[in-house]
Design a protein around this ligand. Structure first.
Ligand code: NAP
Length: 488
């Protein structure tokens, strides 16, 4: 009797397990579940799996080998009849169980089903497997054409919360009975009309959605971002930082709350390793003037201090005292070596990643902001065809091509496999234990291939626009061949 309902057990290989210290124990023959993906997923998977296998051989000789185990989601799942009825045939419990069992998996893009009771297969995978981090590193590969003058300055890692926010899918269609009842409840019970709340009433002809942002969801995401930022090798001349991206000036109890939870997580669990931006100002002010009083310091960090209500003024002075209590571990410039925790309003980040990308290191954000900022940053370094990503939980990773199925190019062997290849690099880095070297050689080989101008149509188009005469347009499979030639 096999482990799964619709698919046979893997024919060979051993499962990855979790060691007692929480790290992954990787056998020499790990079983890696993969979802091929729809549309151009077929092209990019064919190309990428060849590169992955050869890179493993390049690093380990014949002592280690990946054992691919196909699991199903999307159109292929429907046509092969491998899906469960409750998901309209688009995915099955087997897929969730296999990824949970084998811990390290990779996927291509998936069509969003129309009907079938699920909104998006990607969102379903993230929610069912509770893959709470969407990890999106954005860096420039030398030789990549870019719409900005200094793409090399972009080197950020985005931690996007992956399970809640408006992506929770709790919303009701305009005109539905549920929408009507919810609007009545909001207007009659929570926002009864008065001169002060009239503007808060929901128009009766609205569609409505819920934006949950929880303590648990925000703190674990920020914890993962801080842990990663502390591990990340410092980049020369740059402050190590985690920026909490939010729109808390408008959505105080959701996005503002996310920011508050980020600071709380840093204070409670990473006190000696981190400093908040405001704490750094307070400590710096005192270092510049040893006689500076607490109130004068409060006035320096809070420009509107004199116009605050007395209780709020006292709050700022308390904040000054709390920061100065850190003197033994953070004072006399020691804070400069700590991981800086700062926050920025979402709209300002969008212009700053263009004008001052070097100010950003790790960005932690709720789900929707993270979705937008990841693609905006990716556009600066070559676009979606080359942007990698992964969904993660504790001891679980599902690396994924971040672009869609690009159906108009399906089975034409033209699409860029860079995104899924670099997502594989993230997967190998996550595995650790020497497997990260596989990722390194793939990244180096991709860089060389792009530098010599052997590129798929999307990069070729940009190179031609930049006037690069030596650019050669190659197919998806030929791009993989070129990468392999650098592994030889
Ligand atoms: P898309 O598939 O990402 O394609 C949009 C455009 O992006 C393409 O026409 C192409 O631009 C460019 N592009 C995407 N991938 C590329 C690659 N590997 N190499 C070069 N260029 C690439 O977005 P979409 O057309 O909006 O979505 C199509 C389907 O994919 C939908 O069903 C959507 O739900 C799904 N989707 C899945 C995922 C996922 O599985 N993670 C993510 C997003 C969307 P040019 O035409 O300019 O060459």
């Amino acid at each position: 009797m096999g482990r799964f309902k619709h698919i046979p057990d893997p024919r060979s290989g051993s499962p990855i397990t979790v060691a007692s210290d929480g790290t992954l124990d990787i056998p020499d023959d790990p079983i890696i579940p993969f979802i091929e993906g729809d549309g151009t997923g077929r092209d990019i998977w064919r190309a990428a799996s060849r590169v992955f296998d050869r890179a493993v051989e390049h690093v380990f000789g014949r002592t280690k080998r990946l054992h691919w185990f196909e699991v199903f989601a999307g159109e292929k799942c429907v046509t092969a009849g491998k899906g469960d009825e409750e998901y309209g045939g688009w995915i099955s419990q087997d897929t969730f169980d296999a990824i949970r069992t084998y811990r390290v998996a990779i996927k291509g893009p998936l069509t969003t089903p129309v009907g079938g009771g699920i909104r998006s297969l990607n969102v379903t995978l993230r929610q069912v497997l509770d893959l709470y981090v969407c990890f999106r590193p954005v860096y420039w590969i030398e030789g990549m054409p870019s719409p900005v003058k200094r793409p090399d300055l972009m080197d950020v890692v985005i931690f996007r919360e992956n399970t809640e926010d408006v992506y929770a899918g709790i919303e009701w269609r305009q005109g539905s009975e549920a929408a009507r009842r919810l609007i009545a409840f909001l207007n009659d019970d929570l926002c009864p009309s008065s001169p002060h709340t009239a503007s808060k009433r929901v128009a009766p002809d609205s569609g409505v959605g819920i934006k949950p942002i929880s303590v648990h969801g925000s703190r674990r995401l920020c914890r993962a971002a801080i842990e990663y930022a502390l591990r990340r090798p410092p980049r020369p001349g740059r402050q190590r930082s985690v920026t909490l991206m939010h729109k808390g000036n408008i959505m105080k109890f959701t996005e503002g709350f996310f920011r508050d939870m980020g600071y709380l997580e840093a204070r409670e669990n990473f006190r000696t390793q981190t400093v908040s931006e405001r704490e750094s100002w307070i400590l710096g002010n005192r270092e510049a003037d040893g006689n500076l009083g607490d109130e004068a310091n409060a006035r320096m960090i809070e420009p509107g201090f004199d116009h605050l209500a007395p209780a709020d003024q006292r709050g700022v002075i308390e904040e000054v005292r709390a920061a100065l209590a850190l003197w033994p571990t953070h004072g006399e410039g020691r804070w400069k070596k700590k991981l800086m925790i700062k926050d920025r309003i979402a709209d300002s980040i969008f212009q700053q990643v263009l004008t001052r990308p070097e100010d950003y290191d790790v960005i932690a954000s709720p789900n929707l902001n993270g979705d937008y900022i990841s693609d905006a940053c990716a556009a600066q370094v070559g676009g979606l065809g080359i942007a990698p990503g992964a969904n993660m939980s504790d001891g679980l990773i599902l690396a994924e091509a971040t672009h869609g199925t690009a159906p108009k190019y399906a089975d034409q062997d033209v699409i860029n496999p860079g995104s899924v290849l670099l997502s594989g690099v993230i997967m190998f880095e996550y595995m650790g234990g020497g497997w990260e070297r596989v990722g390194e050689v793939i990244r180096r080989a991709i860089t060389r291939t792009i530098k010599e101008g052997r590129v798929t149509y999307d990069i070729h188009r940009l190179m031609v626009a930049e006037g690069r005469a030596d650019a050669t347009k190659v197919k998806c499979s030929e791009f993989a061949d070129a990468i392999l030639s650098h592994l030889a």
